[in-house]
Design a protein around this ligand. Structure first.
Ligand code: TTP
Ligand code: MG
Length: 340
């Protein structure tokens, strides 16, 4: 089975969790509304704000007019990315095949039957709630398309299973816009032909669809029938995994430099583990306060563990210790993965 997970009102949910004073209020994350004169758009709104007609991509000035009392917050991408990474690390515990598709969305391949997949889905929801105090919606189906549509079926905090035998009935009354790739333009074109639901869409032959929509037509034809044979997996080859920190204040002390470098190395190993990667080469980047940047590299014969990486790191770091030049950034990268 394929499991699709999508976090609920992701950016806004993080803000609501981290700012208890805003709990229960309409929250809008996005551009500065500047009393209604702001430019830019809403990134996302919590479900309370959605009641006022405020959604992702709503112009921020319009959102302000719809509810000037809402809490408007700027996008703090670094914080959301850190949350996203932790969630992806939770998911990696439940399947060896995890495909992250956006900051708050991923597909997992689950072996066993649908009941096993549902049990996994419940565990994921529980763990994300317990560890992150965030809710998500999960869809489980025989393929990626159905899992994705199912995760949207009961939002927020939903869990929807669609068995192979239920696919046709599940899709029948849904609007064509649930099919990824059918946006407002295509939907309007279809509506001109009297087509609103997936059942309506099934009345067109593949030839009709090909004529109107080119090669997308073929995809629409199959999607309307719940067919999708895309494998789950992240097929972009990752060649290295690295992290860096820029210090709030430049650092100088040997102990501090060592401590910070170890901390970055630890993060890199957490990322490697989450992606089930291992490498033999370690690269250290040190940038001084004047922006002069040094990069050095060492390889080991065997795949690195955090212990062997620490040993390898020390001689790389040595030339930078006990210097009078303050350091503004330290980066660590692991590469040299086995051929895939
Ligand atoms: P979504 O999963 O589309 O939305 P969401 O998580 O906020 O709400 P839902 O409960 O409906 O899933 O997108 C995830 C995050 O991506 C969202 O929190 C903010 C960001 N985003 C934008 O910045 N701009 C956009 O237009 C969209 C759609 C999302
Ligand atoms: Mg989401």
């Amino acid at each position: 089975m394929v499991l699709h997970i999508d976090m609920d009102a992701f950016f806004a949910a993080i803000e609501e969790r981290d700012n208890p004073q805003f709990r229960g209020l309409p929250i809008v994350v996005g551009a500065d509304p500047k009393n209604g004169r702001g430019r830019g758009v809403v990134s996302t709104a919590n479900y309370e704000a959605r009641k006022y007609g405020i959604f992702s991509a709503t112009p921020i000035s319009q959102a302000f007019r719809k509810n000037p009392q809402a809490v408007f917050l700027p996008v703090d991408m670094d914080r959301y990315a850190a949350n996203s990474l932790r969630i992806m690390q939770i998911l990696a515990q439940f399947s060896a095949v995890v495909e992250q598709v956006s900051v708050d969305e991923a597909y997992l391949e689950i072996s066993g039957g649908s009941q096993q997949a549902v049990a996994v889905g419940r565990k994921i929801k529980k763990m994300i709630w317990e560890q992150e105090k965030l809710t998500c919606s999960i869809g489980i189906g025989p393929n990626k398309l159905i899992a994705k549509i199912a995760s949207d079926h009961q939002k927020p905090d939903g869990l929807t299973l669609v068995e192979e035998t239920q696919v046709t009935a599940f899709l029948a009354k849904k609007l064509v816009t649930v099919i990824p790739g059918i946006g407002p333009k295509t939907a309007a074109g279809l509506q001109n032909l009297g087509i609103k639901t997936i059942d309506d869409l099934k009345k067109l032959t593949e030839a009709d669809l090909l004529k109107r929509f080119g090669k997308n037509g073929s995809y629409f034809y199959r999607a309307a029938r719940g067919k999708d044979d895309r494998p789950v997996g992240n097929f972009e080859l990752v060649k290295s995994v690295g992290r860096q920190i820029t210090f709030e204040k430049d650092i100088l002390k040997t102990a501090e430099v060592i401590k910070q470098t170890q901390a970055v190395l630890k993060q890199v190993f957490t990322d490697l583990q989450a992606q089930r990667l291992k490498g033999k080469t370690l690269t250290l980047t040190v940038r001084y306060s004047d922006f002069v940047t040094h990069t050095s590299q060492k390889s080991a014969a065997a795949f690195l563990t955090i212990g062997s990486a620490q040993k390898l790191l020390l001689p790389l770091l040595l030339p930078f210790l006990g210097k009078r030049k303050p350091i503004r950034l330290i980066g660590v990268r692991v590469s040299g993965f086995p051929p895939q």
